[in-house]
Design a protein around this ligand. Structure first.
Ligand code: ADP
Length: 332
């Protein structure tokens, strides 16, 4: 598809260049021809005058010479046009490739996104379907077993809903490049709202959330920044054992506000750290089959949000000890 689009674009470039080149050639030929005719007319009048006075003009410009000059000009113009056709053909092909490169990258990226998303959707849908089919075939299915099945199905559906929300979020942030609406925000309030959203899960797991926030005014998008801290806090709680502590602290330093989300959880293996911000990447593959873990989209959304705010996000982690995610944003 890319190759045929490149050839089509090359053809369009060539058509435009050749139309311009032929028009120029016609104008040049017309101009020179007019000059030759004027000169020939002038010569004839002068010759007439000389004949009248019985002088013979030593003329190097007889009509035949003028005609052959015309022919030579046409030949030169044809050669110039063939040269332009060849050169611009090569240049157009090169330029068409350059023009289409970012479009190709975007299309490839979108295709990958659709393939990854369909793959991720297929796995839970298949397990949901199998579970329902197996239980429906069971003639002696008790009410208690049916309830358990419904509970399990509900959990799958909630996870699928989360997946679709994350996919939509990711697609929206990718389309937004630079067009996100910013306002003046109190970072402490944003973090407070994010904490509220993960409190239910942290209470269930008996994990205490501790905060130490130095308020800063920043230019940002409230909804997306809340989403960013919810992702980091949710992960910190999700990947920690019960009765541990998750800390969030924020400090201003040299025009930058640095927020750290720290947990005492499972930690991340060094080999996984370069990839955890990639779409659909889950560090612990065995744990990723667990229904409570996500689909590997949270951190890629977090990274995109930080990038849209011109900030930085990184992680330090020790397996078995815990992780610290650091977000640096500019103070307004
Ligand atoms: P998920 O929805 O699977 O949590 P994320 O993109 O949020 O996806 O995270 C990618 C992977 O990074 C996770 O699968 C997990 O293995 C690892 N990870 C993220 N945050 C933490 C954390 N606080 N502690 C341990 N591992 C983490």
């Amino acid at each position: 598809m890319f190759q045929s689009a490149r050839l089509k674009l090359t053809a369009w470039y060539l058509i435009i260049i050749m139309i311009i080149s032929l028009l120029f050639s016609l104008i040049i030929y017309g101009g020179i021809n007019r000059e030759l005719e004027r000169f020939s007319y002038f010569r004839q009048t002068r010759i007439g005058m000389y004949r009248f006075t019985e002088h013979v003009l030593p003329s190097p410009f007889d009509p035949e010479m003028i005609n052959s000059a015309r022919e030579r000009i046409v030949t030169v113009l044809i050669f110039i046009n063939i040269g332009i056709l060849g050169l611009s053909g090569v240049a157009s092909y090169f330029l068409a490739g350059k023009t289409l490169k970012p479009i190709k990258k975007m299309v490839d990226e979108q295709n990958r996104f659709v393939t990854d998303a369909s793959h991720e959707l297929r796995t839970p849908l298949t397990s949901l379907r199998t579970e329902i089919e197996v239980n429906l075939r069971d003639k002696k299915l008790s009410l208690e077993a049916a309830k358990k099945l419904l509970e399990s199905n509900l959990e799958e559906v909630i996870n699928l809903q989360k997946l679709s929300d994350h996919l939509m979020s990711l697609a929206a942030y990718h389309g937004k490049n630079g067009s996100i609406v910013f306002e003046k925000l109190q970072l402490a309030k944003v973090i407070e709202e994010s904490i509220k959203k993960v409190q239910a899960l942290s209470k269930t797991k008996k994990i205490s959330l501790k905060k130490d926030i130095e308020n800063s005014e920043i230019m940002g998008n409230r909804q997306s920044l809340e989403e960013l801290f919810v992702i980091l806090l949710d992960n910190a709680v999700k990947y920690s054992e019960g009765n541990t502590v998750v800390k969030i602290n924020s400090k201003k330093n040299d025009g930058v506000v640095v927020t750290k989300v720290e947990d005492q959880g499972t930690g991340i293996d060094q080999k996984d750290i370069p990839y955890i911000f990639d779409r659909f990447y889950r560090a612990d593959k065995s744990r990723s089959k667990d229904k409570s873990s996500g689909y590997g989209l949270g951190l890629s959304i977090a990274k995109k949000i930080v990038e849209l705010h011109g900030g930085k996000i990184n992680v330090e982690s020790k397996p078995g000890k815990g992780s610290v995610f650091t977000v640096s944003l500019l103070v307004s």
